[in-house]
Design a protein around this ligand. Structure first.
Ligand code: ADP
Length: 266
């Protein structure tokens, strides 16, 4: 509901006042608002690295280019900014494919313990660097499941990369897989990192929503990781949720309906 106040002056009948009108904002207008906000966010996110690069280019042009050490550092900064912009544009393209439902879910039999081990392997360098341990716990009997491996890998990568980004050195990550009462496959990624304030929880899956923009940017984040994860899980007909306690850690859990679970416990 939107309230609109219109002042009125009717000298002829000697009335001045205000008319208050209650307008029902339709679904269409809400969509339009969301679209405008999204475009504003995208523009802002692209302008930030471009402005940074412009100032470094100007500094180089103003003489820093003569100082090899300084020049080298500036080029490094610009490379980072460029890489972040490429990541952002890739994330945006990915989201737009998911939005237009062009991204077909193509399921193949996937060995769950292998899939989870491979995620941990992909991040082994970053995990070592921050001395973060990772543990994988798969409920007995979970083996092959039909899912879109590329897309679920993307979800896992986003969640594990967040867990590493927002967990201090020496922390611990646990990935669990289990079967729910409804026979869905449930996978969770839990960390004992910085956590998320309660007030931010309801918006955490929104596009570009970040608890701490500066921190996320420094970590190379685009603010789109969780929204992409949610879209992929939705495309699979599944659900995703996040629990977190500030200062203690975060757990993101997604569940997928699975048609076929082979390989019962022996
Ligand atoms: P980003 O690229 O900023 O990491 P995401 O969409 O992946 O974007 O996450 C949105 C925000 O949620 C992050 O900026 C961060 O504030 C918060 N967040 C996500 N995962 C975690 C986590 N495991 N621990 C703490 N905060 C997290």
């Amino acid at each position: 509901i939107r309230v609109v106040f219109t002042p009125i002056h009717r000298r002829d009948i000697g009335i001045t006042g205000t008319i208050a009108m209650l307008q029902d904002i339709t679904e269409q207008e809400k969509l339009e608002d969301a679209r405008r906000e999204f475009v504003a966010n995208v523009s802002h996110e692209l302008r930030t690295p471009l402005t940074t690069m412009k100032s470094y280019l100007e500094a180089l042009d103003d003489g820093a280019i003569e100082d090899p050490t300084l020049a080298h550092r500036f080029v490094g900064v610009m490379r980072n900014e460029t890489e972040r912009m490429i990541r952002l544009v890739n994330d945006l393209l990915h989201l737009s494919r998911l939005d237009s439902r062009k991204a077909m879910v193509s399921k193949e039999p996937t060995h769950i313990p292998d899939m989870l081990e491979e995620v941990a392997d992909r991040f082994s360098f970053q995990l070592d660097q921050k001395d973060i341990s990772i543990q994988i716990k798969v409920e007995a009997g979970i083996r092959d499941v039909m899912l879109d491996r590329d897309q679920i890998d993307q979800v896992l990568d986003n969640l594990v990369s967040n867990a590493i980004k927002y967990t201090p050195e020496g922390g611990a990550i646990v990935i669990r897989a289990r079967r729910t009462e409804r026979e869905w496959l449930e996978i969770s990624v839990q960390d004992n990192g910085i956590g998320i304030p309660r007030k931010d929880l309801s918006r955490i899956f929104d596009r570009f929503y970040r608890v701490d923009k500066a921190r996320s940017r420094n970590m190379g984040g685009t603010g789109l990781g969780l929204s992409i994860a949610r879209e992929i899980v939705k495309a699979h007909g599944g659900t995703i949720s996040l629990e977190s306690e500030l200062g203690h850690g975060t757990r993101v859990t997604f569940a997928l309906p699975v048609q076929q679970m082979e390989g019962e416990a022996v």
